[in-house]
Ligand binder design. Structure first.
Ligand SMILES: O=C(O)CCC(=O)C(=O)O
Ligand SMILES: [Fe+2]
Length: 389
């Protein structure tokens, strides 16, 4: 029996009545049971894992109580307060993490843990609104509208675009949540500003690590667009067969991610998956496709995915940086030598973004999973701009 989109949508996003911190109780019908109810056996293939192999999960690494150092496989948690005490050490740690993981967690970065917790708690209140209310928010994706979504599966999301974020925020939030949203809007606006400062600092530190002009990257922050995407992953009855987000790289330049304490984010390294275990007050810094190209491939674009769980909803706020479309991701000459020949042909940020938006919109529920996965990986898609491809 063919499955109608709206039917599937309501099944994959059953209403979750949840207290974020203490979700309990069997409020979700089992997905396959629900599907059987409308005459469908099993799970629609586009929701299956395809070539995603959860058995490669290396989460055991973090459960190991023995305290053994994990060497190259210890996911980096970097103390940003080294900025005041040992800048060179901070630069080295950030650079090492960007080269080997394309990702790290930073703590003591100047944005208070308390303000981030409050922002998460307020964001949860938004997602706990009835679906009809949330659907009034322009850019909201979830419930009945999600079935063709290319990358995020068991998730609801919506986003706010900078630089005119204040007006965008007021209009969008107000339409869904006219009462009680003032503090949410103020907190979010403050968070935009904090991320801007932090990103400038990070880009200066990365420039130092790479040995390029101090403001080579940071001077573009003011003319870049920061989008915040809220991702909400309801508790899922089939967490072993469904992902919150399939493995993907981010197509933008650079991402700073705020996650709650539930866990589920994983990053790939050397063909294995590692949990990014939430650390109180931390932010996850992810190198995206754009920054990877802009560093001549010296920094890795990180492949990541999100697992869901049976009992607790999870929330994350992805701070996605996109430079002006005219920005050329061509890496500076300092990063090109005999050992590092130029990897990519000239590539404008806008051209890459547009190509990838088109590519991803081709991702369709009728598509095989392996093909689908390729569309989500900058590591594969960038090959068409490789100098010797
Ligand atoms: O929820 C997460 O931790 C990751 C979200 C993500 O990868 C994204 O929004 O691009
Ligand atoms: Fe992502």
């Amino acid at each position: 029996m063919a499955l109608v989109a709206s039917q599937v949508g309501s099944l994959i996003f059953p209403r979750v009545v949840a207290q974020h911190e203490a979700f309990s109780g069997p409020t979700i019908r089992d997905l396959s049971e629900a599907l059987k109810g409308i005459g469908v056996e099993g799970i629609p293939h586009y929701l299956e894992l395809g070539d995603e192999d959860l058995s490669t999960s290396a989460s055991f690494v973090h459960d190991d109580e023995s305290g053994d150092p994990l060497g190259d496989y210890q996911f980096p948690v970097i103390d940003f307060s080294l900025l005041q005490t040992d800048r060179r050490k901070l630069v080295r740690q950030l650079g090492d993490a960007a080269r080997s993981w394309g990702s790290c967690q930073i703590v003591n970065h100047g944005i208070s843990a308390e303000s981030m917790q409050r922002l998460i708690a307020e964001s949860c209140r938004y997602f706990e609104l009835p679906a009809e209310r949330k659907q009034q928010t322009k850019s909201f994706v979830g419930d009945n509208t999600t079935c063709k979504l290319s990358s995020l599966y068991w998730a609801e999301s919506w986003m706010i675009h900078g630089p005119g974020y204040r007006a965008d925020l007021d209009a969008k939030v107000h339409s869904a949540w006219p009462e009680g949203n003032d503090s949410f809007r103020n907190m979010t606006a403050q968070y935009f500003q904090n991320l801007q400062l932090l990103t400038k600092q990070l880009f200066e530190l990365y420039a130092e690590d790479l040995g390029v002009e101090a403001d080579f990257y940071s001077k573009h922050v003011d003319s870049s667009e920061l989008t915040i995407r809220w991702n909400y992953y309801p508790a899922c009855p089939n967490p072993s067969t469904i992902l919150g987000a399939k493995s993907h790289t981010d197509v933008n330049m650079f991402t700073i991610l705020l996650q709650d304490q539930v866990g589920g984010l994983q990053v790939e390294k050397d063909g294995r998956w590692f949990d990014v275990k939430p650390t109180e007050g931390s932010l996850v810094v992810n190198i995206s496709d754009g920054f990877h190209v802009w560093t001549n491939g010296i920094y890795k674009t990180v492949l990541h995915r999100v697992l869901v769980n049976r009992t607790r909803p999870r929330i994350s706020l992805a701070g996605l940086w996109n430079p002006d479309d005219t920005l050329d991701y061509t890496a500076p000459d300092e990063l090109v030598d005999m050992n590092h020949p130029r990897l990519y042909k000239p590539l404008k940020a806008g051209e890459y973004k547009q190509t990838m938006v088109q590519t991803r919109s081709m991702a369709d529920i009728s598509m095989g999973q392996v093909e689908h996965s390729r569309l989500l990986r900058g590591t594969e898609q960038l090959s068409r701009w490789k100098v010797h491809s």
